[in-house]
Design a protein around this ligand. Structure first.
Ligand code: IPD
Ligand code: CA
Ligand code: CA
Length: 263
């Protein structure tokens, strides 16, 4: 097995194991919720999952860098940088809503791109994954974005930023332009799964602003490898450190890009 494939397999194993940690803590009496901002929660289970993922990646790949949402960071000279969201969908988790995931994206500095991505939904037992140039998978079966070209029949997903109470740049303008034009809009609360649902053809498109690299690294690769067009709001290819993303099949992408950029 080559190095890249070994990394991919390891990321899949880790996501499944971290998913067990999430399930064990879900709706449990020991759940402790605190707040990083007015509406931005974190739980003891986010931290337990991150401690586990960080420890396992460090043990196996001491030369790799890691950027994890709840604070674990390590810079190494090696080519690979792991972006880890130990629990994507914490608001759902904290409210007992069964829609959240573990998201792991592996970025290659020399290639300047995400090369492996894994998103695991432990409530449904669904493992989404992709490696660069190798296609996208749900539980080992290939997946493709929807063929929809008709906005009025399209189900699209989005999210709203945690600073929506203090910032006018809170997606309401984009939302109000897009909502009347599509079949409907969903706000499910896990950016990583939103991108995977585009990859699997469940959602026809997804857009969001003010996302972080750990939210989207894995999902952008999975949506792209499933045949989606994944860009910033100016139509140029997505960049995980730029906090905005639009993912869709190519025809819908063009139409939505126009709506996103319209003043
Ligand atoms: C959040 C979720 C949500 C998205 C936010 C993210 P978290 O991640 O992905 O769907 O709208 O932008 O921050 O805080 O649950 O890991
Ligand atoms: Ca997240
Ligand atoms: Ca998180």
């Amino acid at each position: 097995m080559n190095e890249r494939m070994a990394i991919f397999e390891f990321a899949r194993e880790l996501a499944l194991e971290a998913g067990e940690i999430l399930l064990k803590g879900f709706r449990s009496p020991g759940l402790a919720v605190s707040y990083k901002g007015v509406s931005n929660p974190v739980t003891n289970v986010d931290r337990e999952s991150e401690d586990f993922l960080y420890g396992r990646i460090r043990d196996r790949y001491p030369g790799h860098g890691i950027v994890a949402e709840e604070g674990h960071r390590v810079e190494e000279r090696g080519d690979y940088l792991w972006y880890v969201d130990p629990l994507d969908g914490t608001t759902n988790f904290a409210h007992g809503v069964a829609h959240f995931s573990v998201s792991i994206g592996v970025f290659s500095k020399s290639e300047n791109r995400v090369v492996a991505g894994v998103v695991y939904d432990p409530c449904r037992g669904e493992l989404f994954s992709a490696f660069a140039g190798g296609g996208a998978f749900l539980d080992g079966e290939g997946i493709r974005v929807s063929a929809s070209a008709d906005l009025s029949r399209s189900l699209v997903a989005t999210g709203f930023p945690y600073d929506k109470n203090v910032s006018k740049d809170n997606n309401l303008a984009q939302f109000s332009r897009i909502l009347p034009r599509v079949q409907c809009v969903r706000r499910f609360g896990s950016a990583a799964l939103d991108l995977c649902y585009v990859a699997a053809g469940r959602f026809d498109a997804y857009w969001e602003m003010k996302v972080s690299p750990w939210d989207i690294a894995a999902g952008c690769l999975i949506a792209e490898e499933a045949g989606g067009v994944v860009t910033k709001f100016d139509g140029t290819p997505y960049d995980i450190v730029v906090p905005e993303v639009l993912a869709a099949s190519s025809k819908l992408h063009t139409l939505l890009l126009g709506l996103l950029s319209a003043e």
